[in-house]
Structure formats: structure tokens, C-alpha cells
Write a protein that binds this ligand. Structure first.
Ligand code: NAD
Length: 471
């Protein structure tokens, strides 16, 4: 461990102790204080939008400002607005019915802040994935430590500075650093740990959290399939598939990873996807709307995957020739029929490369998907509601888009999370609020409650209660 990392970890531990002490000492933050906390995030996102766009672009080499605006700034603002609007109703006690034998007592659920929570964020949407969980954590009344990714250091520093101006360190703090810091961060006995990142690291995070019995949310990745039903026009599907796949150059956890299209339509789909990509992002090397690959290492990983598939006999279509010379921009690519054991078909691609395979019907497509890990998202294109429902009955995934990729995550009231290898737990909207709350059960008996009569020696009243219980 370097000296810098040792210092980062030392600071992290003292911030954690300060947050724990403040939570123990402080009264629960009022709803108006929490609403004000969230409003600060909203204002920050609006006022610093341009600076955030520049920071993330500098970290990436090139990140489309429009994509940062839509997926990070706009998303954060919408999350904060929604939380402010619904905070009061989320925070209300929930009355529940009591059994007849316990009447006239009252039972209810109190939603209380869990305490000090940790948020670990990845690089692919470094602003959204730090701030969108921060909002519900603040709404719940928690104290929060955030560990951004080392791949986006300018954004990490900016989050540290801007949040540092808005909140005291014992309320919200940003801890910068790489995997060693991340590991030490996840070793802390948080009251909840919220992790977004790869499945590989997610397993280590779950093990670290288990040692402290820290509840953990794992927002992981995976290979999100897209399936075109025989009743759907492939040219039409290609438009939104191209948009969803190449937005942020495919570096999106819910991007379509691969497509299963009716046998015989593979070529038509591949050509249409590439034609749309050329229309959306002409000349990807110099196009400011086309995002680069975050690092040289990831660029090479993607280029190597394509070359491995080519060597295995796959047909490669690209919207331009990759040069690697400008901001690591890897062009929109379709790979027809990559070998089943190639990395393109066995690993999450997380780049602008779309494998296309043929299917013999939706049953076969469902079998193909079910033989693999449960994905974070699944997309099905069909004109028929019944076909869509039937396909969902046959498969599992964290979330679903019918006839369009990715947009389900923008619906605030839909829980967003994975299943199986794509993670567990969920957030967005009220689910985010509940993630950072402990739901405390209360039974409140009146001063004189008839249950007292149940004390031994058991007699006639006991017989009466027995009858009541038996219904
Ligand atoms: P990553 O797992 O490499 O890193 C994520 C974070 O974990 C970083 O902050 C990193 O510093 C930290 N980290 C690294 N090693 C650690 C360790 N041993 N212990 C604790 N923390 C550690 O992921 P990434 O490459 O930044 O992100 C890409 C992955 O994230 C993809 O798999 C993608 O699908 C997934 N993702 C999921 C979602 C979602 O909402 N489900 C959203 C975005 C990205």
C-alpha cells in the first residue's frame, strides 16, 4: 500500500468515527432538514452542470456533454425532485391491522434512518451513481460516506470539493482512492453498504460486509439480452437498439449486451444497426457526441474481444475503422455469430460491440437466456402484449424494457436492481428510501390491556381466548 493510500485510509477511518459519533449523539434530522439536504444536491447539479460535464469528459478523454447532461445531471435532478416531493409520505408511520386478540392495541411501522451508510460508485456514470443513492440516503436521515471510482479522478475530486462545501464531514464525506481504499472502505462496520460495480468485486464486497453483518445492496452488471420477436420489424428495432447500445459507447450497465433476432434476419439487423449508428454518430473519431472508452486498458480489452471473435470466424461490421488515436473512440460495431466460447459471449462487454445471433423462436431464445446468469436487464421487441408477458413468464432479469432499451431505469417509481449474478436489493424512488431505513415494528398497547387477564392460573378467560385464536 502506498503512503497516499495509507493517508486516505487513515482519514477515512476518522471520518467514519466522526459520523458514527454524530449519528449517536444527534437527534434524528427533521423532514424539513432532510428536504433542504436534498435541495442542496439538486441546486449543486444545476449550478455545476457544465463543470461536471468538463470533469467527466477530461476523465474519459471524451464524454459527450449531452450524454452527461441526460444521464448524470438531469437524472440526479429528477431523483432529487422526486424525493423532495414524496418525502413526507415515505416517512409516515405505516399502521397495520392487529389480530383480534391484541385489540385495542395499535401496531405500526416506523421508518428510521439506518445510521452511517457507505456508497461505492463505479466510473461509467460517476456522478449519477454517487448522487442518485446519496439522495435517498439523505432523505432517510442517514450520514453518508461515498467512495468514487479511481478511473474518474477529476469527478471524484469535484464531488469531494462540492459536497465538502455543502455538508459537514460528519454528515456527508467523499473518500477518494483505488481498490485498496475501496477494500478498506467496505471493511468498515457501516449500517448499510450500497455498492455499484462489477459482479467480480461485488462478491468481495458482500464477503467484507458479512463480517460486520452489514446489510448490503449490490448493483452489479451482466449480459443484458435483447430479443426480437418474429412479429417485430427488425429495421424499427435497430433504431433504439443502436441508440441504447452505443450511448456512452456501450459503457452502461443496462445497455443491450447482445441481440437474438429471428433466424434469417441477422444480416438485415446488423446493417440497420450500423446504418443508424452512422446516422447518430458520423465519424466517431472526431464526433463530440460520441463518447470514448474510459481508459487505454478498456479500449484494448474491447478491441481484443473483437479480434478474438474475428479469428473465430465471426463477421464484423463497423460504422468506421477503429484508429484508437482520438480519445479512445472505438466505433460502433456489430459482430455476427461470435463463437459461443468467445469472450464476447462469456463476459459482460461494456463497450460499443453488439453480438447478433439468430433464434428459432421465442422458446429457444428464452432457453438461451436461462442457460446463463440472470441479467440486470432484458429487452423484448414485440407488437403483442401477450407475447411480451409470455416471454417474461419464461425468463428472469432485474428489470425489463419492452420495445425500448434502458428507459425503465428512468421511471422513478420502479425499483431498480438485479437478481442472481446481477445483484440484490434495489433503489430509485421509495425503494431507495426504504433501502436506507430500518423498518421498526411497534406494538403500542393501551395502559390497561385485556391481555393481562391471560396470566396464569389459566381459567375461563384463557378458554375464551383460545376460541378467539382458533377463529
Ligand atoms: P469495479 O467493480 O471495478 O469498481 C467499482 C468500485 O469498486 C470502484 O469505486 C472501485 O474503486 C471499487 N473497488 C475496486 N476493488 C474493490 C474491492 N476489492 N473492494 C471494494 N471496492 C473495490 O466496477 P467498474 O469497472 O467501476 O464498473 C463497471 C461495472 O459496474 C460493470 O460490471 C457494470 O455493469 C457495473 N455497473 C452496474 C450498475 C448497476 O446499477 N447495476 C451501474 C453501473 C455499472
Amino acid at each position: 500500500m502506498s503512503d497516499v493510500e495509507a493517508r486516505q485510509i487513515e482519514r477515512m477511518k476518522s471520518v467514519f468515527d466522526a459520523q458514527k459519533a454524530a449519528f449517536k449523539a444527534g437527534k434524528v434530522r427533521s423532514l424539513s432538514e432532510r428536504a433542504a439536504d436534498i435541495a442542496k444536491i439538486e441546486t449543486m447539479a444545476k449550478e455545476k452542470a457544465e463543470a461536471f460535464c468538463e470533469a467527466v469528459s477530461a476523465d474519459y478523454g471524451r464524454r459527450s456533454a449531452a450524454e452527461t447532461q441526460i444521464a448524470e445531471i438531469g437524472f440526479t435532478i429528477a431523483t432529487a425532485k422526486h424525493a423532495r416531493k414524496h418525502l413526507k409520505s415515505w416517512a409516515k408511520d405505516r399502521s397495520v391491522p392487529v389480530p383480534m386478540t391484541l385489540a385495542p392495541g395499535k401496531a405500526y411501522i416506523r421508518r428510521e434512518p439506518k445510521g452511517v451508510v457507505g456508497i461505492v460508485a463505479p466510473w461509467n456514470y460517476p456522478i449519477q451513481l454517487a448522487l442518485a443513492p446519496l439522495v435517498p440516503a439523505l432523505a432517510a436521515g442517514c450520514r453518508v460516506m461515498i467512495k468514487p471510482s479511481e478511473y474518474t479522478p477529476r469527478v471524484a475530486d469535484m464531488l469531494k470539493d462540492t459536497l465538502g462545501e455543502l455538508f459537514s464531514e460528519d454528515h456527508v464525506a467523499v473518500i477518494t482512492g483505488g481498490p485498496a481504499v475501496g477494500q478498506a472502505f467496505c471493511d468498515l462496520p457501516f449500517d448499510h453498504l450500497f455498492y455499484t460495480g462489477s459482479t467480480h468485486v461485488g462478491r468481495m464486497v458482500a464477503q467484507a460486509a458479512a463480517k460486520n453483518l452489514t446489510p448490503v445492496t449490490l448493483e452489479l452488471g451482466g449480459k443484458s439480452p435483447t430479443v426480437i420477436a418474429p412479429d417485430f420489424d427488425v429495421e424499427e428495432a435497430a433504431k433504439t437498439i443502436a441508440w441504447g447500445k452505443y450511448f456512452n459507447a456501450g459503457q452502461t450497465c443496462v445497455a443491450p449486451d447482445y441481440v437474438l433476432t429471428p433466424k434469417g434476419s441477422e444480416n438485415q439487423l446488423a446493417d440497420a444497426v450500423i446504418a443508424n449508428a452512422q446516422k447518430f454518430w458520423p465519424d466517431p473519431d472526431s464526433n463530440g457526441d460520441y463518447t470514448g472508452i474510459v481508459s487505454e486498458r478498456h479500449y484494448k480489452r474491447i478491441a481484443d474481444m473483437v479480434e478474438e471473435a474475428r479469428a473465430g470466424g465471426a463477421d464484423i461490421r463497423q460504422s468506421a475503422t477503429p484508429t484508437g488515436s482520438n480519445h479512445h473512440a472505438y466505433p460502433p460495431t456489430v459482430v455476427l455469430n461470435p463463437p459461443a466460447d468467445s469472450r464476447l459471449m462469456t463476459e459482460e462487454i461494456f463497450g460499443p460491440v453488439l453480438p447478433v445471433l439468430g433464434h428459432d423462436g421465442l422458446d429457444e431464445a428464452a432457453r438461451f437466456i436461462n442457460e446463463r446468469d440472470r441479467p440486470l436487464a432484458l429487452y423484448v421487441y414485440t407488437k403483442s402484449k401477450a407475447t411480451a408477458r409470455d416471454f417474461l413468464d419464461k425468463t428472469m432479469s432485474g428489470g425489463v424494457g419492452v420495445n425500448v432499451p434502458m428507459l425503465h431505469l428512468s421511471v422513478e417509481d420502479l425499483p431498480f436492481g438485479g437478481t442472481g449474478a446481477s445483484g440484490y436489493g434495489a433503489y430509485h424512488g421509495e425503494d431507495g428510501y426504504r433501502t436506507f431505513c430500518h423498518e421498526r415494528s411497534v406494538f403500542h398497547a393501551p395502559v390497561w390491556h385485556p391481555i393481562r387477564l391471560m396470566a396464569p392460573p389459566y381459567g375461563k378467560l384463557f378458554e375464551f381466548f383460545k376460541k378467539l385464536q382458533a377463529g
